[in-house]
Design a protein around this ligand. Structure first.
Ligand code: DX5
Ligand code: ZN
Length: 226
């Protein structure tokens, strides 16, 4: 069974001490860091912007996975491209000219991703799949950490895997929201490539142990760690 990439989301970290939070991610052996950018429009909360990414970039080798939950991402894309992010994912629902935006990101040599909220079907992104490096399936309604995974969203992973195979495409399939010890047994069946984990990672007393336990549960037949 292929092991997924675990991408801890610093949304659930203590923003007063973000450096320690990132060191914990590095020490846990996770190769990706997920960065949730929220603008108070596309989603109600506001988090941080491109300067935060640039400052983190200067201090870490982690793969920086920027998840833009912002309206009209095309208006801000240059700043995010320049921030040093390795992947930039924007929401289909927030942008009219999605294909053009994917092109701008790809031409800058950055992995391009699209995310869809629970109410958006996979069929809406089918024409774009061949241009994408990453599809981020939201398994909660975006905006907040610590929510419960919405089960029907997981079916999109299987649908995307099928299309990817049929068409010989190479995009990664990520899920974001409610990934934890309780939901792992449902998730493992769908085999996403990337798991974004916020609260379950940062609420764990021992983050390194959390990742080790999570990986064991992924490969065990029971697939549960409570
Ligand atoms: C929510 C964010 C997620 C969030 C996930 O809108 O996109 O990345 O950090 O948090 P958990 O893992 O707690 O659901
Ligand atoms: Zn996210």
């Amino acid at each position: 069974m292929k092991e997924p990439i675990i991408a801890p989301s610093i949304l659930s970290a203590d923003f007063y001490d973000i450096g320690s939070a990132i060191r914990h991610v590095e020490e846990s052996g996770c190769p990706w860091l997920h960065l949730d950018i929220m603008d108070g429009h596309f989603v109600p909360p506001i988090t941080f912007g491109h300067k935060m990414i640039a400052d983190i970039r200067a201090k870490t080798e982690l793969f920086l996975d920027a998840h833009l939950m912002i309206e009209e991402p095309e208006r801000h894309i240059n700043a995010y491209i320049e921030s040093g992010a390795d992947a930039i994912t924007f929401h289909l629902e927030a942008c009219v000219h999605s294909h053009r935006l994917i092109q701008s990101i790809s031409r800058a040599g950055i992995k391009a991703g699209i995310s869809i909220v629970p109410s958006t079907p996979v069929s809406n992104i089918v024409p774009l799949l061949e241009f994408l490096d990453l599809v981020l399936v939201m398994t909660v309604n975006p905006g907040y950490g610590g929510q419960k995974l919405i089960p029907f969203c997981l079916q999109k992973v299987e649908e995307l895997r099928r299309i990817r195979e049929q068409r010989g495409l190479h995009f990664l399939i990520a899920i974001d929201g409610g990934v934890n010890a309780k939901s792992i047994s449902d998730i493992v069946i769908q085999q996403p490539d990337v798991l974004v984990i916020g609260s379950a990672f940062f609420n764990a007393q021992d983050r390194k142990q959390f990742v080790a336990d999570f990986r064991n549960a992924w490969t065990s037949p029971i697939g549960n760690i409570d």
